[in-house]
Design a protein. Structure first.
Length: 335
């Protein structure tokens, strides 16, 4: 599309001056201007990628935010989709005040969406394909490790004379004695705690739609059983949330399940009441449990399977062998 010159000689793209009609996407949001102006094929490629190819809701949100931010940046410069170059993407990434990992996420999002645009013949080449991201080497995670003594103090500080206290203690127990992610704990249903005859188990729905069964050690089984009895959930419908929210400060459980955010906020309150630093999160228990088992000499691959890591480098990132977690492993956690 031809450009026109202003009085001072500056060239301005006609696209940038043209008032566009907003196009609404499948989720009710407005289609990015550069996508809308590129025609139906571009709109199809956008929805195909955002709503068709990305199945994880969190990934979809992060990718869409990153792509929209870049397209808005290009729109402000008067670019069209077909004129975006590798230099535009490289300079844009260099200008982002983000950590390396976040920049790599942005670059990944741009590579994938431009792949879809190429496949739908909106652009000829993928301008992000040849752009290299910064090297990222992770030696140690950033999640602070709560010490065994602090974890014990936190557990002991919970008032178990109430149903809410029993609920909170059971949540902490599961986080410690299964090394489960808080997102998986928040998804637990009544049916996910069951008796196999010789032992009780918890079935977790992990990220990537993976289902994992973890044996429940004796003391944790008692924590969960006491909570279920006090909350009248022993014989509740199997699909009901295992851990429910409360009705404000009444201590009365609702029918709504706790989210990962609810559990994190609950932990912050308990940390404050126990006089412990508020830097810790539910993920801190996972770090502590893995570190404790490795310190005891438990084989890396056994700890890896308990943690649900796909690669040993994430437990020290992805051995694909599926080995059953034994009760002996969870019994050795020292908290």
């Amino acid at each position: 599309m031809a450009d026109q010159s202003t009085k001072d000689g500056t060239e301005v793209s006609i696209v940038a001056q043209t008032k566009r009609t907003d196009v609404v996407t499948a989720d009710g949001a407005v289609l990015p201007s550069l996508i809308a102006s590129a025609g139906p094929s571009a709109a199809f490629a956008w929805e195909e990628f955002i709503f068709g190819k990305i199945r994880n809701a969190n990934t979809r949100t992060a990718y869409e935010r990153a792509i929209r931010q870049f397209l808005n940046h290009c729109d402000s410069l008067g670019r069209e989709l077909r004129t975006i170059s590798p230099a535009d993407i490289g300079k844009y990434l260099d200008s982002l005040p983000y950590a390396v990992a976040t920049k790599k996420l942005h670059l990944s999002a741009l590579r994938h969406v431009f792949d879809s645009l190429v496949n739908r013949h909106v652009v000829v080449l993928n301008p992000a394909a040849s752009v290299r991201g910064e090297r990222l080497t992770v030696v140690e995670g950033k999640t602070p490790e709560i010490s065994i003594q602090q974890a014990r103090k936190l557990m002991q500080s919970v008032d178990t004379s109430t149903c809410v206290g029993l609920r909170d203690r059971a949540i902490f127990g599961i986080l410690i004695y299964t090394a489960a992610r808080v997102s998986a704990v928040s998804k637990l249903r009544r049916k996910d705690f069951y008796d196999l005859g010789d032992q009780h188990c918890l079935r977790f729905s992990e990220k990537g739609n993976k289902s994992r069964e973890i044996p429940v050690r004796h003391d944790l089984r008692m924590m969960i059983a006491e909570y279920l009895a006090e909350s009248s959930l022993d014989y509740a419908d199997k699909s009901t949330p295992l851990f429910r929210t409360t009705l404000k400060r009444t201590g009365i459980l609702t029918a709504n399940g706790m989210t990962a955010g609810d559990i994190a906020r609950m932990m912050k309150r308990k940390l404050r009441l126990a006089g412990l630093p508020n830097i810790y999160s539910p993920h801190s228990f996972r770090v502590t449990t893995i570190t404790d088992l490795l310190s005891q000499g438990v084989p890396l691959e056994d700890v890896q399977n308990l943690a649900g890591h796909a690669d040993p480098r994430t437990t020290r990132l992805y051995d694909r062998r599926k080995r059953k977690v034994t009760r002996n492993i969870v019994e050795r956690i020292s908290v």
